[in-house]
Unconditional design. Structure first.
Length: 124
């Protein structure tokens, strides 16, 4: 389980009012997050791996290009992004990366998702 971070009231309000507003149930929350991130993140962008996972080829500090959000059906349990890595296009968790020299909206949206995950929140 992720280590919870200190409550950020401004971030909490933005998430409730923009990402999961009027979302009832897990699928609606997931789709709320999906469209919030897709609308706010400027694709493509450069990123680096900040957390290794057994299910991912990425290693800590690997640099990648993030192409887009993954398909909606791949984001029903966790937000995923499509990346280009070692001549392949792969889908990885957004929580596994951070942007490099991204615009303010992109940084804030990715930060919102990282915060949600760190707080231990889940869809539903």
């Amino acid at each position: 389980m992720p280590t919870r971070t200190k409550k950020d009231e401004a971030r909490e309000e933005r998430i409730v009012m923009e990402a999961i507003v009027d979302a009832y149930g897990a699928e609606e929350q997931a789709m709320g997050w999906y469209y919030y991130l897709d609308d706010r993140i400027t694709f493509p962008f450069e990123a680096q791996c900040i957390a290794e996972r057994r299910t991912s080829m990425l290693q800590l500090n690997d640099k990648i290009t993030v192409l887009s959000m993954a398909d909606e059906d791949e984001c029903l349990h966790e937000m995923q992004v499509l990346i280009h890595y070692q001549k392949r296009d792969l889908v990885i968790p957004l929580a596994q990366i951070e942007g490099i020299d991204v615009d303010e909206d992109t940084e804030e949206a990715i930060g919102d998702w990282h915060y949600w995950v760190a707080q231990g929140y889940e869809f539903g």
